[in-house]
Design a protein around this ligand. Structure first.
Ligand code: HAM
Length: 439
C-alpha cells in the first residue's frame, strides 16, 4: 500500500477538460437541446454506448494521427488494450454491423457523446469534448449527403446563425484519390502521405508545404499545387486532364452544390484542400467554418464512409454523417452574441419567517413540486432580508414568504424579484400563476 502524504490536492481539473458549474451546464444543456430537437425533427433516433472501446476498433480506419498521438489507451487488469473513444463513428458502425439483420434501412441515428483526444489544449481544441453525431446508414445516393448537410444547416439556423455567418466547404475523396493515384501516379503509401500533408496545409508555411509536396510528388508538384489553389470548381475542372473533367467525384460535388442551392443552401464552397483526417471517408467530405477569422476551426466535419462496416467483416453499408463539437459551437455563439442567458432550474424560493412555520413551508413546497414546480425552501434560518438576498443572488425569479398571515389566511404573496411586483393568491393557484408567467 502507498503511504498517504499530507500534500494538498489541487482544485484544478485535469489539463484540457472542463468542469461544468451550473452556469456552464446551462449553456451545455441549451446546446444539446437544440442539437436533439433538430436531429429528431429530421427523424433521427438517439443511441449511446460506453466511452470504453477495444483499442483495435480505431486501428483500421481512424487514421494514424489520432491512433498514435491522440488516444488515451491503457491495458485493463485482464491485459486487454482499451481506448477512451476519440470519436463516435467506429462505435456507431460497430453497433450497426452487430445487429444489421435486425434493422430495416435506412437507419437515422444520432448521439451526443463525450470524446477524448490527447491534443495540445487551445482555443477550439480540448482533450475532452462533446460531439453531436448524426449519421444515416443505407443510402447510396446523394440524398444522404443532402439530408445530412440540411441537418447541419438547420442546427446553425436554430442557434440563430445566418447563412452568411459560415460556409460549408465541400470536396470529394474520389476526385482527390484520382489526382493522387492516377494523375500523379503515386503509390498508395505516397498518396496517403500527400493527403496528410494537404490536410495540414493551413498549419504550415507556403514554402514548407511546397517543399513537402515536392519531396513526394516530384516534377508534377506544381500541377498539384495549382489544383489545390483553384478558387472554385470551374477553375479546378479546367486544370484537370480532359478525361477527368467528368470524373464521378467532380459530378458529385456539382450535383450536391446544385441540389443544396435548390433548397436555399447557397453557402457551399468547393475546397480542394479539404481532406478530412480519417481514413474511412470514401466520397463527399464537408466541414462548416465560421467566416469570422477569429474562429478558424471547423464547427462540423463529416462525409461519406461506405466501407467502414467492412472492418467487421460485414457487407458494405453506405453511410454518411457528421460530428459537431460543443467547444467550437460555444465559440461561435459567443462571437455572434448568441449565448443563452442563464436561468436556474429553481422557479420559486420559499422564505420562512419563523421556525414554527417551517413545517408549513415544507408541506407547501412538496405540494407545489407534485404539481410540477421546482421549489427550494430556506434552510438557513437567517433574517428574511438575507433569505431574499440569497434568492436574488441565485437568480431565482419568484419568492414567497411564509409567516403567521400566510398560514392563517391560506393566502400567499408571490413576489417577482426582478420587477418587485407582488401578487396575492391561494396556494392552489401558485402553479397556474407561475406556469403562465413562464409561457
Ligand atoms: P472531426 O472532424 O474529428 O470528425 O470532429 C468533428 C468536430 O468535432 C470538429 O469539427 C470540431 O468541432 C469537434 N472537435 C474535434 N476534435 C475536437 C477537440 N479536440 N476539441 C474540441 N472539439 C473538437 C469526427 O470526429 C468524425 N467521426 C465525424 C463523423 C461522423 N463523420 C461521419 N460521421
Amino acid at each position: 500500500m502507498k503511504e498517504k502524504t499530507n500534500k494538498k490536492i489541487s482544485t484544478e481539473s485535469y489539463k484540457g477538460v472542463r468542469d461544468f458549474y451550473p452556469q456552464d451546464m446551462f449553456v451545455q444543456n441549451y446546446i444539446f437541446g437544440i442539437m436533439r430537437k433538430v436531429a429528431e425533427s429530421f427523424g433521427y433516433n438517439e443511441y449511446g454506448a460506453s466511452i470504453l472501446e477495444p483499442a483495435d476498433l480505431y486501428r483500421a480506419k481512424t487514421g494514424d494521427e489520432i491512433v498514435n498521438e491522440q488516444t488515451y489507451s491503457f491495458k485493463d487488469r485482464g491485459d486487454r488494450e482499451v481506448t477512451l473513444r476519440p470519436e463516435m463513428t467506429p462505435t456507431a458502425a460497430r453497433m450497426v454491423a452487430a445487429k444489421k439483420r435486425e434493422f430495416s434501412f435506412p437507419l437515422r441515428w444520432y448521439s451526443i457523446p463525450n470524446l477524448f483526444r490527447y491534443e495540445q489544449p487551445q482555443k477550439g481544441r480540448l482533450r475532452e469534448h462533446w460531439q453531436l453525431n448524426a449519421d444515416i446508414f443505407g443510402v447510396e445516393s446523394i440524398e444522404a449527403e443532402i439530408e445530412i448537410i440540411s441537418i447541419a444547416r438547420a442546427i446553425m439556423k436554430a442557434f440563430g446563425l445566418k447563412d452568411g455567418d459560415y460556409e460549408i466547404r465541400v470536396n470529394d475523396r474520389k476526385i482527390m484519390n484520382y489526382i493522387l493515384e492516377d494523375f500523379l501516379s503515386l503509390s498508395p503509401a505516397e498518396s496517403h502521405s500527400v493527403s496528410k500533408i494537404i490536410d495540414k496545409k493551413d498549419k504550415m508555411s507556403k514554402e514548407d508545404f511546397a517543399d513537402k509536396i515536392r519531396s513526394i510528388v516530384g516534377e508534377k508538384s506544381d500541377e498539384l499545387t495549382n489544383l489545390l489553389h483553384s478558387k472554385n470548381l470551374e477553375e479546378f475542372i479546367s486544370l484537370l486532364p480532359e478525361k477527368a473533367r467528368t470524373h464521378q467525384g467532380v459530378l458529385e460535388i456539382k450535383e450536391l452544390q446544385n441540389k443544396l442551392a435548390e433548397l436555399g443552401i447557397k453557402n457551399t464552397v468547393f475546397s480542394p484542400t479539404l481532406m478530412r483526417g480519417f481514413d474511412y471517408y470514401t466520397g463527399i467530405v464537408f466541414e462548416i467554418f465560421d467566416t469570422n477569422p477569429e474562429n478558424r476551426r471547423a464547427i462540423f466535419g463529416g462525409g461519406r464512409y461506405d466501407d467502414l462496416l467492412s472492418i467487421f467483416g460485414a457487407e458494405k453499408i453506405p453511410a454518411v454523417g457528421f460530428g459537431m463539437g460543443d467547444v467550437t459551437t460555444r465559440d461561435v455563439l459567443e462571437t455572434y452574441g448568441l449565448m443563452p442567458k442563464y436561468k436556474p432550474a429553481t422557479e420559486l424560493y420559499i422564505c420562512v419567517l419563523e421556525e414554527k412555520y417551517r413545517n408549513y413551508a415544507r408541506q407547501l413546497a412538496q405540494d407545489l413540486r407534485e404539481d410540477g414546480l421546482n421549489v427550494a425552501v430556506d434552510s438557513s434560518g437567517k433574517k428574511v432580508g438575507d433569505q431574499i438576498k440569497y434568492a436574488d443572488k441565485n437568480l431565482i425569479p419568484f419568492i414567497v414568504c411564509v409567516g403567521e398571515n400566510e398560514v392563517k389566511n391560506e393566502e400567499l404573496k408571490i413576489k417577482n424579484l426582478k420587477s418587485g411586483e407582488e401578487t396575492a393568491l391561494k396556494a392552489s393557484k401558485v402553479y397556474d400563476f407561475l406556469k403562465n408567467k413562464k409561457s
